[in-house]
Write a protein that binds this ligand. Structure first.
Ligand SMILES: [Zn+2]
Length: 297
């Protein structure tokens, strides 16, 4: 772990808790694509020193703590610039925004906002400042304004657009903001086969189609579970509790928040796709499958 692995040309990656990209701008200067958790900052700094590399930029694919946690430390140590998309800049600039966004209101003290990111980071630059060699592309689905990065060596860093089989088999429900966007992004990933693809939470590969199908299968299984459970009117809370029970997931404030937010996204997708109905009953928003609705009315 924490080794610099050469991929192609000037493109490398570091196997931290997430895969961190590294692109050499020249013999001495480099860019990191994401930077891991806050505690990984000193590790990355010493690795860069070992290879006599100066950090000029960090490009954050999105604002989650496992991608941007070491921003401040590395910025203070190296004077590097931090670059990300317009919306992710807003999330990085205000640490309350992400937890408010997931929770849908002002969070209880029990929610640990450090799981998102720790400090407000004011000096965040837009994609206009992205080094000329690098190309950014949108990856809708996982988070509001997540981007991927392509280097001139044809290496694609695809962030949290896909996760490993191990992660899916243990976590079952991964955080998704926009299910339709997530599925479209997964299909897009298949078009990258033949290139070197670096997901943040899955092994580096040149053939991602099988993993794409595995991720899609998990999403469609979750959808079917939800639709089957909606054999009568249920609330978001009902569906969330059902999913926790079904997969025997350990509940905590943050896990509850992340899964509730994801379940809401699934319910929106299924409603928009006309697989389920939603309406108010006794001042509660309820959801029911189309089949059960037709039988009922
Ligand atoms: Zn993420």
């Amino acid at each position: 772990m924490y080794e610099l692995h050469h991929l192609k040309g000037n493109t490398y990656y570091i196997d931290g808790t997430t895969n961190v990209g590294l692109y050499k701008l020249n013999d001495t200067d480099c860019v990191l694509i994401d930077c891991g958790h806050s505690e990984e900052g000193p590790v990355l700094e010493s690795l860069l020193r070992r290879y006599k590399l100066k950090l000029k930029y960090i490009v954050n694919t999105h604002s989650h703590a496992d991608h941007s946690g070491a921003n401040l430390y590395l910025m203070k140590q190296t004077g590097c610039r931090i670059v990300t998309s317009r919306i992710e800049r807003a999330f990085l600039r205000d640490s309350k925004l992400d937890i408010g966004f997931l929770y849908g209101g002002y969070p209880l003290d029990e929610y640990d906002s450090r799981l998102m990111h720790i400090d407000d980071q004011k000096e965040i630059y837009s994609l206009n400042e992205l080094p000329r060699d690098l190309h950014s592309f949108k990856l809708p689905g996982h988070h509001y304004g997540m981007i991927g990065i392509r280097t001139p060596d044809g290496v694609h860093f695809v962030a949290d657009s896909i996760v490993s089989k191990t992660l899916l088999d243990t976590q079952h429900v991964v955080l998704i903001y926009d299910v339709k966007g997530y599925l479209e992004t997964l299909n897009f990933l298949k078009t990258l086969d033949g290139n070197i693809i670096v997901p943040s939470h899955a092994p580096v590969t040149t053939e991602i189609s099988d993993l794409v199908e595995y991720n899609k299968k998990q999403i469609y299984t979750l959808m079917d579970l939800i639709v089957d459970y909606l054999d009568k009117e249920r609330t978001v809370e009902d569906v969330t509790a059902y999913i926790f029970n079904y997969y025997d997931l350990k509940i905590s404030y943050n896990k509850y928040m992340i899964i509730t937010s994801t379940i809401k996204s699934y319910l929106s997708y299924l409603s928009n796709e006309r697989r389920i109905k939603n309406y108010f009953k006794n001042n509660k928003l309820v959801f029911i499958s189309i089949e059960a609705f037709d039988d009922k009315f």
